[in-house]
Design a protein around this ligand. Sequence first.
Ligand SMILES: Nc1nc2c(c(=O)[nH]1)N[C@H]1C(S)=C(S)[C@@H](COP(=O)(O)O)O[C@H]1N2
Ligand SMILES: [Mo]
Length: 303
Amino acid sequence: MLIKKPVAIKASEITPKAIYLKRRRFIQGGMGAALATVLQNNLMAAANSYSTTEELTSIKDITRYNNFYEFGTSKGAPGIHAGALTTHPWSITVSGACEHPGNYDLDDLIKAAEVEERIYRLRCVEAWSMVIPWQGVPLGKILKRFGPTSKARYVAFRTLVRPAEMPGQRRNILDWPYREGLRMDEAMHPLTLLATGLYGKDLPNQNGAPIRLVVPWKYGFKSIKSIVSIEFTENEPPTTWNQKGADEYGFYANVNPAVDHPRWSQKKERRIGDIFKRPTLPFNGYAEEVASLYAGMDLRKHY
Ligand SMILES: Nc1nc2c(c(=O)[nH]1)N[C@H]1C(S)=C(S)[C@@H](COP(=O)(O)O)O[C@H]1N2
Ligand SMILES: [Mo]
């Protein structure tokens, strides 16, 4: 689970990050409006209060150290196998308690949306973390368009099932499709992102192309990849890891150093690329923004 890395960083690893950072500086320097890439939209987003200024994880680590069990259980498997996934065209089925259910083409959904940049920490339940420059749209902005009704108290998501292109799905590693869910207020929170890209480019397949969730205050498994279905529900929806082991993976899965996983501590984490561990922060450092969502809840019980 934990990787060891030599201290020296290879040139091949530095380049993409250096180019990206140069572009960011250029954009922040006021030239952005003249450019026509996704990043320029993000003049404001680049400075927005939601983004962390911590050092970015290298693109190499972000794309070669993954959890995406549809492509195998090892960290390297998604980077090797996910390239074969067809991600275009792509549609999302919207159903349940909403006024506008239907089958939506992803290009149409995103075309009408303003893509933002958000640099978020992502903290895996396995006690490692990364800092990733995402591009995406706040989930709430997309959900609003479907007109959720007063019965919509939760949102359930599903990943694509396509064993022909997803070798992990030819085995019973998990109960496919991968399922996740959020309470409505969590889904509508401005921090919750539907990501379409990272490091200024479309999402690499191993990171959940063409569209995945990023919920930065929760353990990584809540951030479901390659989404094909969104359903508004009245009751808490079943979720993959909770079904697999309810005592190990709760529905809420808020990052919480005070509640250990039954098999390991959650007090510390290893930032991928670092040698030493660092303390894990409550809500992964986003407590100021989200702690109020859980006021009055016992977070030891609702882990
Ligand atoms: N469909 C699907 N989504 C998934 C997973 C998965 O196996 N299948 N793994 C989750 C876990 S455990 C983590 S930590 C993050 C990892 O995202 P990354 O590989 O982009 O860093 O994706 C999450 N989303
Ligand atoms: Mo994870």
